[in-house]
Write a protein that binds this ligand. Structure first.
Ligand SMILES: Cc1ncc(COP(=O)(O)O)c(C=O)c1O
Length: 364
């Protein structure tokens, strides 16, 4: 049997008629940018999270870049970032000429909240927790540190739509929450899309200006902006996706529960989950010392996997000038060398889940 790592078409097919109706409605409307579909999605997503504002953008990367820009975080300003993260999180800082200051991951594979305070200097302006794999960071501790030191808190929620810490949804703890709606995400568009959410009127207004050449009124450019508008077709598609976000999260949680209870191979260990966390399992990471051999074995047996992420941002080629070594962050280094993500997606068949469990259990 072949179990592909990800089958986007499967998830699309679950609600095909509604996606197609939404796309056609928009195509027939004659209005494609900055229109009613985007406004509707903004209202619906803000309502879902219980925040005042959602500003719809072109991508999650833009959401991060514009969030830091709206806060005037720029040249020489330090932002505390997790060493175990995707590079796009850090690009949000470096595109504004800010300086990422890394902290290692904890045993939960998330930003180590207890390591943040030691990294704070007079140049520190913000903390950037990244809720990786669909598990929230320890937001209770991180928010306390941010409040104590009067630092901005920007959450990267690209993988955590609907996840929560102590019952509070990710994206609602900080000054701003940055979402990606890349097609594979828990809430995915059928193209690129993203958003910033916030309860702060001024910040929302600033991101709205920034996304549209810095202008509210055509040809009146108040600030130096960019073009990062979510298009109407993606906004219409996302309204459909939002209706099924909880169902998709529950489906992946159910698959995760099966993996957690039925995979019992001593060579394979799981991500620890905080007691206070609602994990939405955007990904299902496992740790295996002999990762290459494990991945090849799964591949030979028809099971697709991916690695998130093989090269941590602090040692990315583009950031060589900082001079970090792999071992500077021992947990992040270990996760980068041992992490493997197993298939987990809405629409996965029961026999496919059985097969993955069986094949993983027979690895020796
Ligand atoms: C943690 C994280 N942050 C940011 C991004 C960037 O989002 P986008 O691809 O929409 O630009 C991603 C997307 O893969 C991500 O996983």
């Amino acid at each position: 049997m072949d179990v592909l790592y990800s089958v986007l078409k499967r998830t699309y097919d679950l609600h095909k008629e509604e996606y197609e109706a939404a796309a056609l409605r928009t195509l027939n409307s004659g209005w494609y940018i900055l229109g009613k579909e985007m406004e509707k999605f903004e209202q619906q997503f803000a309502g879902y999270l219980g925040v005042k504002h959602c500003v719809a953008l072109n991508s999650g990367t833009d959401a991060l870049i514009l969030a830091f820009r709206a806060l005037n975080i720029g040249e020489g300003d330090e932002v505390i970032c997790p060493a175990n993260a995707y590079i796009a999180s850090v690009i949000g800082v470096t595109e504004n000429k800010g300086v990422p200051v890394f902290v290692d991951a904890d045993e939960y594979m998330e930003m180590d909240a207890d390591a943040i305070e030691a990294k704070i200097t007079e140049k520190t302006k913000a903390i950037l927790p990244v809720h990786l794999y669909g598990q929230p960071c320890n937001m209770e501790k991180i928010k306390k540190v941010a409040d104590k030191h009067n630092l901005f808190l920007i959450e990267d929620c690209a993988q955590s739509h609907g996840s929560a810490f102590n019952g509070r949804l990710t994206g609602t703890f900080g000054d701003m929450g940055c979402f990606s709606f890349y097609p594979t995400k828990p809430l995915g568009a059928l193209g690129d899309a993203g958003a910033v959410v916030t309860n702060n009127d001024e910040l929302a207004q600033k991101v709205r200006l920034l996304r549209n050449y810095g202008s509210k009124v055509k040809y009146h450019n108040e600030i130096n902006g960019v073009n990062s508008r979510m298009d109407e077709v993606q906004a219409a598609i996302l309204q459909v996706g939002l209706k099924y976000l909880e169902a998709g999260n529950e489906e992946r949680q159910r698959i995760a529960k099966r993996y957690l209870t039925e995979i019992n191979n001593p060579f394979v260990s799981f991500q620890n989950v905080y007691q206070e966390a609602k994990h939405v399992y955007h990904l299902f990471p496992v740790l295996v010392e002999e990762r290459e051999r494990f991945q090849s074995y799964l591949k030979e047996n028809g099971v697709g996997t991916q690695v998130h992420y093989p090269i941590p941002p602090y040692v990315a080629d583009c950031y060589k000038e900082w001079g970090y070594a792999w071992e500077d962050f021992s947990n992040a280094c270990r996760f980068a060398q041992q992490e493997v993500s197993l298939p987990i997606y809405a629409g996965m068949l029961e026999e496919e889940i059985d097969y993955v469990i069986d094949i993983v259990n027979h690895f020796s």
